[in-house]
Every structure is written in C-alpha cells, then in structure tokens.
Design a protein around this ligand. Structure first.
Ligand SMILES: Cc1cc2nc3c(=O)[nH]c(=O)nc-3n(C[C@H](O)[C@H](O)[C@H](O)COP(=O)(O)OP(=O)(O)OC[C@H]3O[C@@H](n4cnc5c(N)ncnc54)[C@H](O)[C@@H]3O)c2cc1C
Length: 435
C-alpha cells in the first residue's frame, strides 16, 4: 500500500478516490486547478437560491451513489423526480409525451397508444412487424440506427430513437455502434426473437423505481459532503493548484516537483471535447403552471424555430426547487456550443417549447461546459447532459484513454455520469490499497 498518493483533480472522481484512500489510512494530497471543488458538479446562485449549474441528478442503477450518500449522512435527502413523462418536440413543431415502455426510444410495445401518437398508426404497424421477422434480422447491423431501421422501420429511428439519442448525447443513432448501445441488446433479440421482446426483457431486468434521483438542495451537496469528509480524514486539499506535469510517481505544481503515487482524476491528454451551454431561467409564466410538458422535453434536430437540444422544467421536476421558488418557474435549456445571445434565445425557446411565452424573466444564468466527446459504451444509464431521466441510454466515454501508465479515475475512463464515476473511483481506491 503506498504511503503518499497525489490526486490530480477535485471533481467527484478525485474526491471519491481521495476519501476512500484516506479512510484506508493513506496520506493523500489533492490538487484542484479551480478555486472550488466539484468540477462538473457545481452550484450557481439564481433568484436568491442555489441550484445545480451542471449535473442535477444521478442514475440509481448499481446503487453506488446512494450508498455513498448514505455513508456521508445524506441518505435522508435523496429525492426522486416527478414521474410525469418527458416530451419530445418533433420536427413538425408539435410535442408529444415520450412512450413509457422504451429503451433508447425503441418501443417495447410498438402498438401502444403512446407510440402511435408519436409515429402514427402506419409506422407503428410497421414497427410491430418486428415480431414476425426472423430473430437474426438486423442483428449484423453495425449501428443502433441500422438495427432499428431493419427491424422496425425508419419512422422509429427518425421519430423516436434518433431524437432521443441526440437529445441526450448529441450523436446520431446511426453513429452509435450496436454493441455499445446496450451490451445485451443483440443477444436478447436472438434469444427472445424480436427487438420489442428484447426491449421488454431488458426493461424488466432493470430495478423497479425511478431510474434517477437527486439530492434535496442540489447535487452539489455531494461535493460539500465529500470535501468535508476528506478534510476530516486529513486529506490535503490545494485549490488553485494546476498540475503542470505528471507521471506515475509525481507531479509538478507551481514549478515544484512532488513525489507520490499519482491518480489522475481530471486533465485529459489530447481527447476531443465539445462545448455544451446551459441556460437557467427563473420567470413568472402562468402558462407553465400546469407543467404542460411534464418534466421537460427533448428536441428533434430539425424542430422548427428552436435551437435548444433539451429543456428541463426544474420546478415541475423537483419538488424542492418549486418550494424554494414559490409562484415562479425555473427552466434549464441545453445547447450544443454557445448560442448567440444565449438568454434571449433561451427565453424564446422556452416559450415555444412550453407552449406559451414567459410573462416576466426574473433572472438568468449561463454556463458553458467542456465535455469529453461522447463515445457510447456499455451500460444502461442516464447521465448525459440533458434531462437525465428521459431514457435509459448508453453512457458516454471519452476517446481519450490513457496513453501513459498513470492510474486514472473519473469520467474519461469510467464513462460519464455519477453512477459510472463513483463506483469506478471506489474500485480503483480498493485496487491501490489492496483492500
Ligand atoms: C451540463 C452537465 C450536466 C450533467 N448532468 C448530469 C446528470 O444529471 N447526472 C449525472 O450523473 N451526470 C451528469 N453530468 C456528468 C457528470 O457531471 C460528470 O460525469 C462527472 O461530474 C465527472 O466527474 P469527474 O470527477 O470525472 O470530472 P470533473 O467533474 O470534470 O472533474 C475534474 C476536475 O479536475 C480538475 N483538473 C483538470 N485538470 C487539472 C490539472 N491539470 N490540475 C488540477 N486540476 C485539474 C478540473 O478543474 C475538475 O475540477 C453532467 C455534466 C454536465 C457538464
């Protein structure tokens, strides 16, 4: 077991690995280049309250985030979102609730009313013919889009799977390798005989209950609790400390070399990235009181007049946000890149997407995040940068995988989302200590 570990980066990955190592008696120093810990789990102040500025929920699969929250004394503050369905803004400008029984937008019941409402009767009947096809049809497809087109027809991809995959991960369904979309999809089709049956089986295998949860008061409370526990355990935390160079046995910070076993928990080498902008609006908007689009919408790429990729109606989704902003609405819109005049664009988009304009804008914030380029990896998760509970999707992982021999944690190696980052960092800490 090493005596000194140096952690590069103080996001959730770095904090989790630092805390676990310190609990095992290792001396740990953590370097964070920013002035605050948390990375992509960050707070913002708006309209007199604190809200998350990026991640606002976690996928419940695996139970690792909930277990960590329990250890940190936050189990009583875990909350589930309003179960109302999310909606889809379609390319013809209309909005429809997303079908309930799907996986990555693939319907488990192609003839269900909520599917017919989205793609129409004729397309739903075509999709249902999936059940009559030989089990092997489409299973040699290289992409998710190709598979679904072969088994259920183009309308399911164009009207459901495509907008959902793009809305959450900014990639086209035809760009998602089949084996990455879901690790067991192909095998389940061959075993169950159809794509719809495979979707039903995979959904049934997922644990009951909400697929996502949050923390009353904001996900950033996880960072506060991790940081407090790290400090209690004696972890040295250096803020404003950019690690200029590192190798397996040491780092250079402020021109000075420090020796120790290095864990990289931030700082990619070379991997491609893209920018995502979140605009949060707090407004009076009586037309939104009835939560006309449930907890929010995903937006089809060619939806007219709207630049946003997704909208989350925060005050409809989280009871604690509604309680904190009585009589007001909070919505959050995601954009690829940085929109021109972001607040005006978001104000316009929110009015279109929620079916009526806001009456008065009280406050708006804008945050642009650098994301690792998504590459879908195995696993049923939520946790892209769009409303996380809108589907069960393949998770995203950076192209950047280490070209050096430094131990790494965090989303660039575990896949994005807290449900990937947390258990991976816990596992790496155990491997380091041999526990
Ligand atoms: C807009 C948005 C919404 C999201 N929504 C969700 C969601 O709802 N649910 C969910 O589960 N996930 C969500 N995610 C993803 C989730 O937030 C991330 O996967 C997770 O927080 C990544 O943690 P990390 O520790 O790996 O990386 P980061 O949070 O990026 O932390 C890395 C840290 O390392 C620091 N660092 C980098 N280089 C150096 C260096 N050289 N020296 C010192 N410090 C360095 C950085 O400053 C940063 O603080 C969202 C992300 C974004 C951007």
């Amino acid at each position: 077991m090493p005596s000194d570990v140096l952690v590069v980066g103080g996001g959730v990955g770095g904090l989790v690995v630092a805390r676990r190592l310190a609990l095992e008696g290792v001396s740990v120093t953590l370097f964070e280049q920013a002035d605050a810990l948390g990375g992509q789990v960050a707070r913002q102040r708006i309209a007199g309250i604190q809200l998350d500025a990026a991640a606002e929920s976690f996928a419940t699969r695996g139970g690792s985030v909930a277990a960590l929250l329990e250890e940190l004394g936050l189990a009583g503050d875990i909350v589930t979102p309003n179960p109302a369905p999310a909606w889809l803004q379609r390319s013809d400008g209309s909005a429809v609730p997303l079908p309930a029984a799907g996986l990555l937008g693939i319907p488990g019941e192609p003839l269900a009313d909520d599917v017919v409402r989205v793609i129409g009767r004729e397309a739903a009947e075509r999709a249902a013919r999936d059940a009559d096809l030989p089990a092997s049809t489409g299973t040699d497809a290289s992409s998710l889009g190709e598979l679904v087109r072969a088994r259920m027809g183009d309308a399911v991809v164009d009207g459901l799977v495509g907008p959902i995959v793009r809305g959450v991960h900014s990639v086209s369904a035809d760009a998602v390798p089949l084996e990455r979309a879901h690790p067991r999809l192909r095998a389940e089709i061959l075993e169950r005989g159809s794509l719809a049956a495979a979707v039903r089986a995979l959904r049934a295998a997922a644990p009951a209950g909400s697929q996502v949860a949050g923390i009353r008061g904001g996900m950033f409370r996880l960072v506060d609790a991790l940081a407090a526990d790290c400090r209690r355990l004696g972890v040295g935390i250096e803020l404003g400390a950019r690690v200029e160079e590192w190798d397996a046995n040491g780092v250079v910070v402020g021109g000075r070399r420090r020796e120790g076993v290095v864990v990289r928990a931030g700082g990619t080498r070379g991997g491609a990235s893209r920018r995502v902008t979140l605009v949060t609006l707090v407004a009076d908007a009586p037309g939104w009181d009835a939560a006309p689009r449930g907890t929010g919408l995903l937006v089809a790429p060619d939806a007219p007049g709207v630049d946003a990729r997704a909208l989350t109606h925060l005050t409809a989704k989280w009871e604690w946000v509604a309680e904190a902003l009585p009589g007001r609405h909070a919505v959050r819109l995601s954009y690829d890149g940085v929109p021109d005049d972001a607040v005006a664009t978001a104000t316009r988009d929110a009015g279109i997407l929620l079916g009526s304009p806001l009456r008065e804008l009280h406050e708006a914030t804008r945050h642009t995040w650098e994301r690792v380029t998504p590459r879908l990896v195995d696993g049923v998760v939520a946790g892209g940068d769009a409303p996380a509970d809108m589907l069960a999707a393949g998770d995203a992982l950076a192209d950047d995988v280490l070209a050096d021999d430094v131990v790494a944690v965090g989303e660039t190696v575990s896949g994005t989302g807290l449900a990937s980052v947390v258990p991976h960092a816990e596992r790496i800490a155990r491997e380091i200590t041999g526990a």
